[in-house]
Design a protein around this ligand. Structure first.
Ligand code: AMP
Length: 595
């Protein structure tokens, strides 16, 4: 009886969710109009909107003519005041409940996104649409469990006492997640205690242990991003012996000291020598190809984001999973959750996200090389396009207005329209603007790389040497991946050139200069490996230019690419490497912000 009622209540919930998606996407424009009016009405008395003399208007035309299109840097003074404790209605009429720390950085530190309590409900609403959509394509997910590797990250307080933490940490620690009602379609193998443990080793160890114990029940394996799932596989490679010991004996590794994990694991740990033997036989061999299917044989798909920078991990995921389908279910950020993939089992290259019109007010800045100049101070405001007016095949930068108090804020994502679901457009995620290198959630731009090279090359001065040219590459062949920087040096006094030790220190000096998300990945998450400098023979970058010109580049306009990933270029560079250096230590990182 109980089972029947849970099935019927699930199918009712799913039908309601699907109907909601239909309603929102059929009425996308009127929903957008309503959302904008709601945001502007709620926040009419905020300092920000009053400054632009909206005078209580809530229509699009007035809004577009009076409110400027901005970036995070434009909003810094307001954000700083909120962080310092100013509780007046600066951006939002509702109290700012906390800051969400974005993986996008400003001046080397994570951006702080103010949020309000009600946004949690809006995020929850988007999450609640994912399973009903998936259920259309993959039946029977209520007959087993999900092995999802989810983690919380460290949190800090701003000088004014507001919490600052990543959006997923905020979500996992919320009652929405912790006290979620039983849902047969979303039963996780990981206990909340493991997900909520701030120590990444203990959290991962426990989640993996639980996943191994329940291997026969697992129907899907996932993490938020592809890099996270590969980290879990690497963790298994490194720690399977200890995990097997625990399974064989029914005890918990003494490295797991978190009291709430220890308490919740007591009832779950039973000696299971047969399982221990099986894991040993699978993990002790050289061959890790298809390991996911062998250990979790009922897995139907991997639930991980492999769009954008994460696409670099698709071949590795295919290797470990024997080519299981990869489901990219949603598109979201700290600023706002945007939308979902209505065909989650499609190929990664075909993923299109449908932005849900109820999540915020969305505008689109046509993306072309001249669009940057349109935003100079003296020129008229750029012409932004509304959600329903975007054109198939064109690229746009996403600009959002949110309930939490961002108005016409440039997110920095470039999207291409692939089609429509009803009147709501669907977008291919093209790339994040200005990102050169990314391994995990780190996003290193050209300016950051340049200043890191400059800082590191100071160490070369006493050897009368300098960096004449450089380029970079995100090496994701190993797990965790790492940054590779190719350096061509000018050594004026070859008898007294920089030693290996100095070049190793240069690696560390570069890491010290990179942003806090990078350093956190190195220090706390172990999601990024030590930075590598490959010194190439003198003349290499000229050869690189010759190669580019032979392929049609103009001599006048040729610029050294600051990041490379084209195989012939990599081969050219690698064939001229004279020495290889790695960072000898972790860079400095603490949860506290530097400023
Ligand atoms: P954060 O501010 O740290 O939450 O990061 C949000 C950013 O992650 C977005 O603006 C995108 O650049 C990226 N992102 C989020 N979801 C996806 C997705 N499904 N595919 C590609 N990139 C994504």
């Amino acid at each position: 009886m109980a089972v029947d009622s849970s099935i019927s209540s699930s199918s009712e919930k799913h039908a309601t969710a699907l109907q909601f998606i239909e309603d929102m996407t059929k009425n996308a424009d009127s929903v957008q109009q309503k959302v904008l009016a709601e945001i502007l009405t709620q926040n009419a008395e905020t300092e920000y909107l009053r400054r632009y003399q909206l005078g209580g208007s809530t229509d699009r035309d007035t809004f577009k003519s009076k409110i400027p299109v901005i970036t995070y840097e434009d909003l810094q003074p307001e954000i700083q005041r909120i962080a310092n404790g100013d509780r007046s209605a600066i951006l939002s009429a509702h109290p700012i409940s906390e800051f969400l720390t974005s993986s996008g950085t400003s001046a080397g530190e994570r951006k702080l996104m103010p949020t309000i309590q009600a946004e949690l409900d809006r995020r929850q609403l988007l999450y609640s649409l994912l399973t009903p959509v998936m259920n259309l394509y993959v039946p029977g997910l209520d007959k087993g469990k999900a092995l999802y590797f989810y983690f919380v990250k460290s949190e800090t307080k701003t000088p004014g006492g507001l919490l600052a933490r990543p959006v997923l940490t905020s979500y996992y620690k919320s009652d929405h997640f912790k006290t979620r009602p039983y849902d047969p379609y979303n039963v996780y193998t990981s206990p909340n205690e493991a997900i909520l443990c701030p120590d990444s080793f203990q959290s991962m160890y426990t989640q993996m242990l639980c996943g191994l114990y329940q291997r026969e029940e697992v129907l899907r394996v996932g993490a938020v991003f592809a890099s996270g799932l590969l980290r879990a596989i690497r963790f298994l490679q490194l720690n399977w012996r200890e995990l097997v010991h625990d399974i064989a004996t029914g005890t918990l590794n003494s490295k797991i000291t978190d009291p709430s994990i220890r308490e919740c694991m007591v009832s779950r740990l039973k000696p299971n020598p047969k399982l221990a033997e099986f894991i040993t036989s699978e993990c002790s061999g050289e061959k890790w190809e298809g390991i996911i299917n062998r250990i979790w044989p009922k897995t139907k798909y991997l639930d991980v984001i492999v769009t954008g920078a994460m696409a670099q991990y698709i071949p590795t995921l295919d290797y470990y999973s024997g080519g299981l389908p990869l489901a990219c279910t949603m598109y979201a950020s700290s600023e706002c959750y945007f939308g979902l993939n209505l065909k989650p089992m499609c190929k990664p290259s075909e993923v299109a996200y449908t932005i849900m019109p109820n999540m915020g007010y969305f505008e689109f800045l046509p993306h072309d090389p001249t669009s940057a100049s349109l935003l100079s101070r003296d020129s008229p405001p750029p012409r932004l396009v509304d959600l329903v007016d975007v054109e198939v095949g064109k690229e746009y930068e996403l600009v959002i207005t949110t309930y939490a108090g961002l108005y016409r804020y440039r997110v920095g994502d470039i999207l291409r329209v692939t089609g429509f679901h009803n009147s709501a457009p669907q977008f291919h995620f093209v790339r994040r603007k200005n990102v050169l290198l990314s391994i995990d959630s780190d996003k290193t731009d050209e300016a950051e790389l340049q200043s890191a090279v400059e800082n590191a090359s100071k160490l070369l001065r006493e050897f009368n040497s300098s960096v004449v040219e450089y380029t970079s590459y995100a090496d994701t062949k190993t797990i965790p991946g790492h940054y590779v920087i190719y350096w061509e040096l000018l050594v004026k006094d070859p008898g007294n050139g920089p030693t290996d030790e100095v070049l190793n220190k240069c690696c560390l000096a570069m890491e010290e200069s990179l942003n806090s998300v990078y350093r956190q990945g190195r220090v706390a998450d172990n999601s990024i490996g030590p930075l590598e400098i490959r010194v190439v023979k003198s003349g290499t970058f000229e050869a690189l230019m010759d190669y580019a010109i032979s392929r049609g580049a103009s001599i006048n306009q040729y610029k050294v690419p600051r990041c490379v990933n084209f195989t012939p270029i990599m081969e050219l560079l690698d064939s001229r490497v004279v020495s290889v250096h790695f960072s000898p230590a972790c860079p400095h990182w603490t949860p506290e912000r530097r400023r």
